[in-house]
Design a protein around this ligand. Structure first.
Ligand code: ADP
Length: 221
């Protein structure tokens, strides 16, 4: 019986966060909470939130903290996230979001923050060739496409290039990552919550590194 885990995964765009988070959420049987996926679903459904978020997302800009904070707070109330835990992907993205997350979780707290480290040259190559399923968000690439004609192997959805995987938006997102999200690494290091993991390698190899780090932290709690 798995004990669940309260985990945040950090890493620049293309570091493999999404891929690892899907696997971690299966391994620990906890929800995968990905703010980017939630926002893209809102854009597709043309909800008020989606219409508001669309332009910023296409340009690679961040969505205002209060909008994302509210969305995450509501999501934490579902699927037993507060009881069993969660794998948070894409949130927090700023120090102010991290401070709010701490408040939202009280009296609980995070077990570990994983920082997936991958050199910028590698992520640029990964992002340019990345393709994703519009329905289940499974990640493919031009060198590892789905088996049949850009149709998702898992759910049959259409596999496309994300609107923000254009060169301009990628550069903007990586700049914002350095400015706004990289300071989170120090924030969590000071709280002794950070584990830096080498994100270069096959998805399985990286996953086993991440699980080892989480297990080691859980066994010390
Ligand atoms: P990536 O990490 O590759 O940029 P995501 O799927 O995590 O992709 O996010 C896509 C976009 O959604 C971001 O560029 C941003 O516009 C918005 N977004 C996601 N999470 C947040 C957040 N925590 N705060 C603000 N904006 C966010």
């Amino acid at each position: 019986m798995n004990k669940g885990a309260f985990v945040v995964v950090l890493g620049k765009q293309g570091a493999g966060k999404g891929t690892q988070c899907v696997r971690l959420s299966r391994f620990y049987a906890v929800p995968h909470i990905a703010t980017g996926d939630m926002l893209r679903a809102a854009v597709r459904a043309e909800t008020v939130l989606g219409l508001e978020a669309k332009k910023s997302m296409e340009k690679g800009e961040l969505i205002p903290d209060e909008v994302v904070n509210k969305m995450v707070a509501e999501r934490l109330d579902r699927d037993g996230a507060r009881e069993k835990g969660f794998i948070l992907d894409g949130y927090p993205r700023t120090v102010s979001q991290a401070v709010l997350l701490e408040e939202m979780l009280l009296p609980l707290s995070l077990n570990l923050v994983v920082d997936l480290e991958v050199p910028t040259g590698v992520v640029l190559r990964r992002l340019a060739s990345r393709r994703v399923c519009i329905d289940c968000q499974a990640v493919y690439s031009t060198s590892q496409p789905p088996k049949i004609n850009w149709t998702c192997d898992i759910c049959g959805g259409e596999v496309i290039q994300r609107d923000d995987d254009t060169e301009d938006a990628i550069i903007r997102r990586l700049t914002l990552y350095d400015e706004q999200t990289a300071p989170l690494v120090d924030f969590y290091r000071e709280k002794s919550l950070l584990s830096t993991i080498n994100g270069v390698g096959t998805a399985d190899v990286v996953l086993s590194r991440v699980i080892k780090a989480i297990e080691s932290k859980l066994s010390r709690n």
